[in-house]
Design a protein around this ligand. Structure first.
Ligand code: GDP
Ligand code: MG
Length: 442
């Protein structure tokens, strides 16, 4: 698995400290293999790796986990985020009824099956009245197939009229839905073996008539590298609102999910998990991320380690601050902590001074990237300068700015922030030590 491989990569790394660029790059070669094995499309894998590399370089390795494990966690978090974060995206049915759901995709991707699955779900879980109509006039018996499935799930289907074109069937379905006070109308469309112009024209025409609340692209998760092209073509022509990945019960490692998401920018709403008509689930980004990387408990292990380390470091840092020993090395530790904790947006305010630092940063219009810059600035200071920042004169500032690829004013800002934090610490001491912390930073 990937975590084994990464542990191998990092075996020679005994020391602690930040992940350096060389190590991360080596690890990313393994990640790349894992992504391609999971059938993530090549350009998507490339972009993903670039994003993760940027995040990983410079991160501190937590005690009690290996660098390899730490990288797996970083990769996993980024995967989950790209796959849509924690929550599943719900169906948008909040329109004037009938809410139309249009299913599009290649032939055999699972459109008809998914239509019936969703019909059942909408009726049973949402408690809404559904009607299903097949617009597939190409494949013999396609409309009958939906009628049979409709009977199995006890959801009404539009009566079949031979010789009608898809757009006419869509119109008839809409009228019928209105007459019968249907809440949700599901339109199952035709597919082709490959994307072609006639198919796209048909999809567009149907969408124009039906004004769907949802246009769901149905994709076989075994599609692999070709998934990108399919998604791109559909997404160029019809206004997709989401994706359904079918056959997630099979051997697929789920790489298509990442490709779909990257290309369409739309949420993956459901996963088909079998041929049975109740085999559909809300899409779960973290489960699929785990599947793509093929890793075990690494993520939760690192999370636990991060928890305990945060507390330990916070205490140690607080002690140093109280003793008036807060130098640039400590500030760096704190900045890295902020990055590890997901940047400014997620600051828990558990470290002394964090809240104030965050406010100061927000006021000067700084964002998460600034943390990286600050880290670089401190990195360009000599050990002596870090221990005694008051040594920083104009000449030294200029050197450090050049060395870190920043401006002198950035160096000044950082020094000022350090000063302010020191001042805050003195105040705390006056207020009676750690007990005062709560008051100052609450
Ligand atoms: P369509 O051409 O896009 O309408 O595809 P169909 O709905 O007719 O599905 C084609 C085949 O895929 C059928 O045999 C389905 O039973 C099967 N199928 C659809 N979804 C899934 C799924 O999530 N898992 C599995 N194992 N089979 C599925
Ligand atoms: Mg079909």
């Amino acid at each position: 698995t990937l975590s084994d491989r990464l542990t191998g990569v990092f075996d020679r790394l005994r020391g602690r400290g930040a992940l350096n660029e060389q190590d991360v790059r080596e690890a990313m070669r393994e990640v790349r293999v894992a992504l391609l094995e999971a059938d993530v499309a090549l350009p998507v894998a490339r972009d993903f790796i670039a994003a993760v590399t940027e995040k990983a370089v410079g991160q501190n390795v937590l005690r009690s986990v290996t660098p390899g494990q730490q990288v797996v966690k970083i990769v996993n978090d980024e995967l989950v985020a790209m796959l849509g974060g924690e929550g599943a995206a719900p169906l948008n049915l909040d329109v004037r009824p009938p809410a139309v759901i249009m299913m599009v995709g290649l032939q055999g991707s699972g459109k008809t099956t998914t239509t019936a699955k969703l019909g059942k779900l909408i009726k049973e879980k949402h408690g809404k009245k559904a009607l299903m109509a097949s617009l597939d006039v190409n494949r013999p018996a396609a409309q009958e197939q939906l009628a049979v499935l409709g009977e199995q799930v006890s959801v009404a289907t539009l009566p079949i009229v031979q010789g009608q074109q898809p757009v006419d069937i869509a119109r008839r379905a809409l009228e019928s839905a209105k007459l019968q006070a249907v809440d949700v109308l599901l339109l199952d469309t035709a597919g082709r073996l490959h994307v072609d112009e006639a198919l796209m024209a048909e999809m567009k025409a149907v969408a124009a008539v039906a004004t769907p609340a949802e246009v769901l692209l149905v994709v076989d998760s075994l599609t692999g590298q070709d998934a990108v092209n399919v998604a791109q073509s559909f997404s160029d022509e019809v206004p997709l609102t989401g994706v359904v990945l079918t056959r997630m019960d099979g051997d697929a490692r789920g790489g298509a999910a990442l490709s779909m998401r990257a290309v369409t920018g739309k949420p993956i709403k459901f996963a088909g998990t079998g041929e049975k008509l109740d085999a559909i689930e809300a899409f779960s980004p973290d489960r699929v991320a785990g599947r793509i990387l093929g890793m075990g408990d690494v993520v939760s292990l690192v999370e636990k380690a991060a928890e305990s380390i945060k507390e330990e470091e916070a205490e140690a840092l607080a002690k140093r601050m109280m003793a008036g020993k807060f130098d640039m090395n400590d500030l760096r530790t704190q900045l890295r902590q902020m990055q590890n904790m997901g940047g400014l947006g997620m600051l828990a305010g558990m470290l002394p001074g964090m809240k104030k630092a965050k406010q100061a940063m927000a006021q000067s219009g700084m964002d998460d990237k600034v943390l990286v810059h600050m880290d670089a600035i401190i990195g360009s200071m000599t050990p002596k300068e870090r221990a005694r920042p008051e040594l920083m004169n104009a000449k030294r500032k200029k050197r450090v700015a050049a060395g870190s690829g920043t401006e002198v004013q950035d160096v000044n800002k950082l020094l000022k922030m350090h000063q302010e934090m020191g001042r805050a610490m003195k105040q705390i001491r006056k207020m009676g030590g750690l007990k005062g912390l709560g008051q100052l930073f609450a």
